[in-house]
Design a protein around this ligand. Structure first.
Ligand code: ARG
Length: 391
């Protein structure tokens, strides 16, 4: 029997290698997908073999993540509950796709992952896997073994399993689009997040940073006038904006599994790019388009968060999003200072904005007669109903 394990290199999945071998007498094939997490992938491979993997795959999917997933995060202004840029939620379907590809290549129906029964990730993993591979059999060690973190460490010691020197206190998930931090003191929502929880947004620079971002069809294509790949643009923004202390999020989040959890994120690029993109949309869309777009943005974000990447409606929403994003071209200038962001200016060739119409000092003015007629007819519904109600 062969089991393909989604392998992060962390404690849970490292212990899982040995546990799966023991319990199923199986060959464990580990798959690590690089979606932009800061890791030493050679170390991870070494650890997998030392823990007992019979074969290991490292898959570089950074550009695929940027070009096929994050682009939609930007075009659909993906922010769950107006706060969380969906970094983990967007990467999971891609990781699963890669794991399933390997399972098919290896000719096995058995796949495994390290998600626990309290999180959203198990939902994302299981549903995406079933959609891509209906025959799949999913094994979930961490949902079954009932070990605490300390017991896992003891298990690793007992079997001589190498474990990564990792943060003892926080549970971290990281990729190009953001870093999430959970656990320990942070679990008490009244407690201020300790500085040591942060890694990407340690403030090493004071003052303000100004940048400009150019968009084509809703996707960022240049930073400060220099064209570059999306993955590179995001990684530069994470470093640059992060060094000014920008990109921190403290979110009381409604999980799919029925409880609230306090989630902390660092996502400098994601926050800056969604802020800029939303602003440019306002410059371009009709009021009808804008209101409609905010509704589908939210619905799309909910589906992605809730593990329903496979829901057919998600693609319908994206197609509609693409149609509207056809016009989202132009440049946004912004400034960050600490954790604040400010739009400094924007321009687009597709904007109906007209300075001579909008300005108080020049150009077009409705006549007094036009204004009176408009106001009378505009307010007629409200005035007539007040009268009929005697108010
Ligand atoms: N709360 C976020 C989400 O559900 C982050 C999850 C992080 N996952 C993890 N295994 N640490 O998308």
């Amino acid at each position: 029997m062969k089991i393909v394990l989604a392998y992060s290199g962390g404690l849970d999945t490292t212990v899982s290698i040995r546990w799966l071998k023991e319990k199923y007498n199986a060959d464990v094939i580990t798959v690590t997908v690089n979606v932009g997490q800061e890791e030493d992938f050679e170390e991870i491979e070494k650890r997998a073999y030392e823990a007992g993997a019979s074969k290991h795959y490292t898959i570089d999917a950074i550009d695929e993540f940027a070009d096929k997933y994050i682009t939609f995060g930007i075009k659909m202004n993906g922010l769950y509950e107006d706060a969380y840029p969906l970094s983990t939620a967007l990467a999971r379907p891609l990781i699963v796709e890669k794991v399933i590809e390997i399972a098919k290549r290896e000719g096995t129906e058995y796949v495994a992952h390290g998600s626990t029964s309290k999180g959203n990730d198990q939902v994302r993993f299981d549903l995406t896997a079933k959609a891509l591979y209906p025959e799949v059999k999913i094994i979930t060690p961490a949902r079954v073994w009932g070990m605490t973190r300390e017991e896992e460490i003891a298990y690793a010691k007992k079997y001589n399993i190498p474990i990564k020197e990792e943060s003892k206190v926080y549970s971290i998930d990281e990729n190009l689009w953001g870093r999430s931090i959970e656990g320990d003191q942070i679990s008490d929502p009244s407690v201020e997040v300790p500085e040591d929880a942060f890694k990407w947004t340690r403030r090493t620079k004071t003052g303000k940073l100004k940048i400009s971002i150019e968009f084509e069809k809703g996707v960022p294509v240049a930073l400060n006038g220099e064209k570059m790949r999306l993955s590179k643009l995001i990684s530069i923004l994470n470093t640059e904006l992060g060094s000014y202390g920008f990109g921190r999020i403290d979110h009381l989040e409604n999980r799919v599994v029925g409880f609230k959890s306090r989630e902390v994120y660092e996502a400098p690029a994601a926050l800056a790019l969604t802020t800029a993109h939303k602003d440019l949309e306002k410059m371009i869309y009709t009021p009808h388009e804008l209101r409609f777009k905010r509704i589908i943005d939210q619905q799309w974000s909910d589906l992605v968060y809730q593990g329903l990447w496979i829901e057919p409606l998600r693609e319908v929403l994206q197609k509609t999003g693409d149609e509207l994003n056809k016009w989202v071209e132009g440049e946004v200038k912004l400034e960050v200072e600490g954790n604040s962001i400010r739009i400094l200016g924007r321009e687009s060739k597709y904007s109906p904005y007209s300075e001579s119409i909008a300005s108080y000092s020049k150009g077009w003015y409705p006549t007094d007669e036009m204004a009176r007629g408009f106001i009378e007819i505009w307010g007629m519904h409200s005035l007539l109903s007040r009268k009929s109600r005697g108010i």
